[in-house]
Design a protein. Structure first.
Length: 284
């Protein structure tokens, strides 16, 4: 996608990443369909795909998994006031299982290759909240995998579809389980800019940050309209979609920061990270 006007020229063909799930519609809809002042390339992919693209330098600024920032903090600056998070149930990061969580010890649990933060959070919750160690298998969630596994972690639109199908007897919403463990919000996704881009083109990075926040603010005021649009391409009703959007948070304030830091500390405790990173923000 490319367009141009005064602000578009400032942004000047920057490469912006967009998660391919419905959960970011409130942030991207106005940016794509209302404002008409782009000037950037928009690349859509799964969270894991965007993580890899930003890390390789194929994108300049993107939504990424919180886990990606934790692994490579020296590569990125966080964009202030933007996240995908929840205070309690998230609705689209769910462990589906054929038995209660306690019965999953040593059992095969498929983990979607599209996930990074959700996969890491599942390991934290199994260890810290349930004292259970499944046999994690990171794999695409093909019909064969779904048939043979005792449980599976699905994220995004895939999780919404499985939840609507109602074929799994047990469901664990990872946002709700995290709140039970910590009392804090969980930050699944953040927006980050590559440090080299932020340093070489700070004006473009700042303009994109402003545009994303403006689009987010527009989207939050238009949730009923966006819910109707999203429902048309899903199995959910507009009312269900509105309830889903309403339980998501798209800011990154003090409580979300506490949640991020707690997550990183748990990952360090479990040996998933050498050390919990500091939160480094972009500022122009």
């Amino acid at each position: 996608m490319l367009a141009g006007n005064g602000r578009g020229e400032m942004i000047g063909k920057a490469r912006l990443g967009r998660i391919q799930y419905l959960n970011v519609l409130p942030i991207y809809y106005a940016l794509e369909n209302v404002f008409g002042e782009n000037g950037f390339h928009l690349v859509t992919d799964t969270p894991a795909g965007l993580n890899a693209r930003l890390r390789r330098g194929e994108l300049d600024l993107s939504a990424i998994s919180a886990m990606e920032y934790a692994r490579w903090p020296g590569e990125y600056f966080l964009l202030p006031d933007l996240s995908i998070s929840s205070q309690g149930p998230v609705g689209s990061v769910i462990l589906f299982s054929r038995a209660p969580v306690a019965a999953l010890e040593g059992q095969p649990v498929a983990v979607s290759t599209a996930s990074a933060s959700g996969a890491a959070l599942l390991r934290v919750l199994m260890a810290e909240l349930f004292q259970t160690q499944p046999d994690y298998q990171t794999t695409p969630l093909t019909p064969e995998v779904i048939r043979r596994c005792s449980g599976l972690l699905a994220i995004g639109d895939e999780a919404l579809r499985l939840k609507m199908a109602g074929k799994w007897p047990y469901e664990l919403d990872l946002g709700a389980a995290w709140q039970e463990l910590t009392g804090l919000p969980f930050v699944f996704g953040v927006w980050a800019v590559r440090r080299d881009f932020a340093r070489s083109r700070p004006e473009a990075a700042a303009a994109l940050h402003r545009l994303l926040r403006r689009s987010r603010d527009w989207g939050l005021q238009a949730l009923p309209r966006l819910s109707r649009l999203a429902a048309a391409s899903s199995q959910m009703s507009p009312e269900q979609m509105l309830a889903y959007f309403s339980q998501l948070e798209f800011s990154l304030g003090p409580e979300q920061e506490k949640g991020l830091r707690a997550f990183f500390q748990y990952l360090e405790k479990l040996g998933e990270l050498a050390s919990a990173p500091e939160l480094a923000y972009f500022s122009k």
